[in-house]
Structure formats: C-alpha cells, structure tokens
Write a protein that binds this ligand. Structure first.
Ligand code: WTA
Length: 654
C-alpha cells in the first residue's frame, strides 16, 4: 500500500501520553523490562495474576515439537468459570456485564450474576442434547446476548464452538459444518441488520439439506427467537432455545479442563479456496486475551464502559467482545446492528447513551464517518470517551487524526492494534500511558511478544527499510493448528522461515527510523475488504462454478472507504452467456458470489475480458490485473506467455 509509504515520509505528528492518563494507567514501563528479563516467567506471572487455575500449572512452554506449542500444559482451568462465576464469587455479581442494544432500539441489561445463571442453564441444555467435551457446535447467530451465552456454554462443558458470521451463505455454512464435523447448530429466526430482519434459519436448513448435500453430522438445530420470521420446522431435529432453557437447571458446576483443551475453531481465508479452521485452545488463549485487553485498553473494570463494535463472527468478536472483557470482569456494550441504522449517528448515540469510555472499531468505519461529515458526531456528547482503538487494516494518518480529533475530542489516545485470527490476541500496539503515539503506525510489539521485519532470507531489515513481518518466538494465544490439517498449518505459517523457526504472518511491513512498525498490507493473495479477510481463490472458485464463466481472476484494488475492493476479471463461455447482455451477466455473477459465499464477498466490479495474463507455467499474474483495476500503468510483463494480452485487456476495460 504505497499510501502508507508516502505518509511515512511526511508523518511527523507525535502524541505523548498526558500526565493525567499516565498517572492512572494500567500498563507501565515495567512490563517491557519484566518481559525482556525473562519472557517465559513474564507470561507465567501474567497467567497466574489474570486467571483462576483450578489446578495450577508448573510448566510454562513446551516447544519440543515445533510448530506445535503447548502452554501451561499441566494446568487445568475452566474458561467460562474464569469469565463468569469467579466474578460473582468475588462479590461482583451485580456489576453489569452487558448493556445490549438491539438495532430497532430495544435493550437489555445483564449482570454478571444473570449471565452466569444463563450460561449454566445453556450448558445444562447442551448436555441434555448429548453434547460432550470435544464435540463441535456451530453458532450462526445475530449479535444478540444468546450468542455470547452460547459460546460460553459450549466452552463451559468443554465442547468446541465454531462461530460462522451471520452474513455467510448456506454454502459457506455447509463447508464449515462438514469440515468441523459439527453435532449441533445454534441459529435464530432472524436478526436485525440495516433496518430489516434477515433470514438465518433458511440458510441453515438449506445447508443441512441431505437431498442436495448428502448426510450431515448435525443432529440438532437450536433456534433462538429474535427476528420473528416464520420458519420451516423439522420436529426430529429443530428445537427452540427458549424451550430448552426453560426446562434447564441453573446450577452447573464447571469442570476443569486441561490448558490445551480445544476452545474454538474459527474459519478464515487463506490463499487456496478452502477456508482454514484456525484452532485455539484454553489456557494460553485466555491469558493472551485478558492480558492484552487489560493493558492495551487501559481497562479499569470498576469504572470503564467498553465497546467493541466487532461481530462475534470474527476473531475480534471472540477475543475482544467475549473472552478478554469477560475474563477481566469488564462492563461492555454490545450493539446488534449496523453503524447507520436507523440514521447515520447511531453509533454516537450508543456511546452517549451508555457513557462509553473505551471504544474499538475498524478503519473502514472511521473512513465512512469521515465521508459523512463531522457534524454527525458533533451533535452528540462523546465526552465520556477516554481511549480509542483501531483494528483490521492499516489506519492512514488522516483517519487516525480525524478519529482522535472528532471522536476523541482531540484528547484521547488512539491505539492501532495489529493481530490476526491466528495470533488470537493483539501482537503489535502502543501501550496508552507509556508509548508516544505516531499516527498511522501500529508501532511496537506488546511486552512478551517477539516481532521482526525480515528480508526473504529471514535477516532483519534495518530501520527505514521494508520486508516481511514475522513473529520470532511462540506466544500463549498462538493458533495450535489448522483443524484436521497439520501439514497445511506447517506449510502456511512455518515453512518460509523454517530454519529460523519464525511464524510468517503474510503481511508486509516497514521499520521507520525509530524502529517502529508500519503495516503495508498482505503480500499473498488474500484481500482485506472492510477489515475482513477474503481469499481471491475462494471468490474465483465461486465465479467459475457459474455456468456462464470459463475462467476468472480476482484481485483486491485499493478503495477509499473499504481499504480494498473485490475486482473480478472473467472470461465468459460464449455458448452459455449468449442470451445475456453484459449488464445481466455482471449482475448474475455478483449475485452468484453473494449466494455462494455471502454478500461481503460480492465483487464491486466485474470486468468481462477475452483473456487473462498468465505466465508460461499458467499462473495468473494478479499483479498486472491489480495495475488495471487501480488504473495504474501496467508493470513488467516480460514473464507473460503472451505479452500482448495486457494490451487487449487494457483496451477492453478502458
Ligand atoms: C490485517 C483481524 C494493519 C493484516 C484482527 C492481518 C491489520 C489481517 C491490522 C488479519 C492493523 C489487522 N494494521 N493491518 N492494525 N489489524 N490487519 O485474521 O493484514 O481477520 O494479517 O484478524 O488483517 O485479519 P483477521
């Protein structure tokens, strides 16, 4: 992303923490010293201080079989107990855990005591359906309290959840259900988004349809009432959430599981068409979640009101809506809908209503608000805010400054947090109260995390130079593998720098003169659209599954609001596409991708071409297509099998 490099050259604004903020800050300099003195002792201390272990661990890290790590392996704990019961036992049962705000304006306030009772009931309900430790449960829900209750109930009984984003299609659900071998699916009779009720259960019904997709491992579908849609019903399979909960006991004693007991699988895009089931386990993950949430967001659980706008379908919703905040006993806001429903100031109304102090959002949303104008947030009282966070993609310095000035009243720190589904928790971020902030840069690894930017041979680049971002030492919340595919895990993340034992993140980065890190975007064929990872291969395979398409290539092109936008180049099968106008073909293909993957993956632009640029070995040169999509002069074409192809494409798409 050349934008960042340009900005890097000119960006000289610096924001030191105020004395007042520094005086009350959770994180201090001492963390960096302690971590560099003895990294493993540092992590052991964090884990003991932040979590309650039913059986304390004596081992910290077992790295005898890299890249398969074990953290705190001889300890035992229950993740849900750590997020719930212990807060109640400590006398904080009346503290609000969740201020939930529905999109149509309904709301619910749930204390830690109430949330604990609900989760116990849901745990008993799942047990009554025969769910056992290690069984997989797919969760396909809108952002309602039952989503959080479901995740924690699954965790409580030692089962494994796999949350599928509510915008994904039946095809996507089925692929995940099959890969995970799920026994139960939890869904709803609709949810509110953009002022309307979405259908959720029909997608689950379609996904589980045996006539089209064959037998499934799913035995039960639990349906939460939210949208009020009429739903088709299979008496032998479907059961209402309310009926189950009504009959369930609200006493349940949490059993302790091993630290490495699997907690969840979350599917994310890779460079091939098949999504990767990223596996996280219990003790190390929860340590990373609680530690980073407390220190990066400067959480004071007695007084702060925290809000992350992420959906539970993404890793941010796992680590910074469910596990981090609840492990820390935080009070948080959860909002069901979109930022602009029913009108463009909705988010700022929510902040005013609940007195939100800590706010975490994505740059794509910030840029959207910048476009809409500062008069919208200016009409609300946002003075409760004292810290702002950003995640999902690079935040350009102009958006960073706007965020601080317009949302943060020109006074709040803004922390830009870099991490991934795979890393489980934040890896690179300033610590508010310690770090002098630099707009546009994610800056420094968290204490305890070892990061470098290296060249192709794994040698560190100097300050002022760019290269590949790597994590050089294992960390507690690291992924433990790709579900069912250890070879793919090794190849994807560890092969590139196997001799050094580095984890390769797939991102390009640059060190500035101070050694601070600036993220430059993905170096592989993974796009980042509105902070969400989409693979070019996945969208290409959806396109070629349509009868009118002979071949397809997808690239991410720079986009002012969404960071990147999906641009598809397709060659049509003339025999099939004859009866359609080009406009009809384009519309059909966009809808088809929406149906196969979900609306989020619909190409913004579909360009119909006669040929695609390929190397002699037949590899599509996406770099050249990106040049076309971004309206740039076309780069080096010498390795093309047929060098005239680009001229043809250029002439065709104008
Ligand atoms: C990108 C989201 C720049 C990056 C938590 C990474 C970022 C991918 C940042 C992971 C950031 C995330 N600055 N880029 N602060 N945060 N990314 O798995 O390319 O959905 O590899 O996790 O998002 O996306 P994922």
């Amino acid at each position: 992303m050349p934008d960042n490099i340009d900005n890097l050259l000119t960006e000289t604004r610096r924001f030191a923490p105020s004395d007042e903020f520094a005086a009350g800050a959770v994180a201090t300099d001492a963390l960096y010293r302690e971590a560099s003195d003895d990294r493993l002792a540092f992590w052991a201390a964090r884990s003991r201080e932040l979590l309650t272990w039913q059986k304390p661990f004596t081992e910290v890290l077992d790295w005898s079989n890299p890249p398969f790590a074990k953290w705190f392996a001889d300890g035992r704990l229950n993740v849900a107990y750590n997020c719930l019961d212990r807060h109640v036992e400590e006398g904080n049962g009346d503290r609000v855990a969740i201020h939930w705000e529905g999109e149509p304006g309904d709301s619910r306030t749930i204390t830690y005591a109430e949330l604990t009772a609900d989760v116990k009931r849901a745990a008993n309900a799942l047990l009554s359906l025969g769910v056992k430790p290690g069984d997989r449960v797919v969760i396909y829900l809108p952002l309602v309290p039952e989503a959080v209750v479901s995740m924690l109930a699954v965790a409580r009984i030692g089962a494994v959840h796999s949350v599928v984003f509510g915008g994904f299609s039946a095809e996507s659900i089925r692929a995940r259900v099959d890969d995970a071998g799920a026994k139960v699916v939890i869904t709803a009779d609709g949810g509110w988004r953009k002022g309307a009720v979405s259908a959720l259960k029909p997608a689950v019904d379609e996904a589980l349809e045996t006539a089209t997709h064959g037998e499934t491992t799913v035995e039960k579908v639990i349906v939460v009432k939210r949208g009020g849609n009429d739903v088709a019903w299979d008496d032998s399979r479907d059961v209402w959430w309310d009926d189950l909960m009504e009959g369930a006991d609200d006493e349940h004693v949490a059993e302790a599981f091993e630290a490495e007991h699997p907690l969840f699988i979350l599917y994310t895009s890779g460079t091939t068409g098949k999504p990767k089931g990223i596996l996280h386990t219990s003790g190390g993950y929860l340590t990373g979640a609680a530690y980073s949430h407390r220190n990066v967001f400067d959480l004071h659980p007695e007084t702060d009101v925290y809000w992350s706008t992420a959906d539970i379908g993404w890793i941010t919703g796992h680590t910074y809506v469910v596990y981090g905040p609840l492990a820390n006993g935080a009070t948080q806001v959860i909002y069901e809908g979109t930022p602009d429903s029913p009108e463009p100031g909705r988010w700022w109304d929510v902040i005013e209503k609940y007195g939100v102090t800590l706010f975490y959002a994505a740059p794509t949303a910030i840029r959207g608000f910048m476009k809409a104008g500062r008069q919208i947030p200016a009409a609300r009282d946002l003075s409760s805010l004292r810290l702002l966070g950003s995640v999902g993609e690079p935040i350009n310095p102009e958006a960073w400054i706007w965020y601080r000035d317009v949302i943060g009243g020109g006074a709040t720190p803004v922390v830009d947090t870099w991490w991934q589904t795979e890393t489980g928790s934040i890896m690179i971020s300033a610590l508010p109260g310690v770090t002098t902030l630099k707009p546009g840069s994610a800056q420094v690894p968290l204490p305890g995390i070892a990061i470098d930017v290296v060249d192709d041979r794994g040698e560190p680049v100097g300050n002022g130079e760019g290269g590949l971002l790597v994590i050089t030492e294992p960390w507690p919340s690291m992924l433990r593998g790709i579900w069912g595919d250890p070879d793919r895990y090794r190849e994807t993340y560890w092969e590139k720098f196997a001799d050094k034992g580095y984890y390769f993140a797939g991102d390009g980065a640059r060190k500035d003169e101070d050694g601070d890190i600036w993220l430059l975007g993905r170096v592989d064929d993974v796009m980042n659209v509105s902070g969400h990872r989409l693979s070019t291969a996945e969208i290409e395979s959806a396109l070629v599954s349509h009868p009118i398409v002979a071949e397809a290539a997808v690239v991410g092109a720079a986009d002012e609001t969404t960071g990147q936008a999906v641009v598809a180049f397709v060659i049509l099968r003339t025999s099939q596409a004859d009866s359609m106008t080009p406009e009809e073909a384009v519309a059909a293909l966009r809808n088809h991708v929406g149906h196969e993957i979900g609306a989020i993956a619909k190409p913004k632009t579909v360009l119909i071409v006669a040929e695609l640029p390929k190397t002699r070995s037949g590899k599509i040169m996406r770099r050249l297509l990106r040049d076309v999509a971004e309206g740039r002069e076309i780069g080096d074409t010498t390795t093309l099998a047929d060098t005239s192809v680009m001229q043809v494409i250029h002439a065709q798409v104008g």
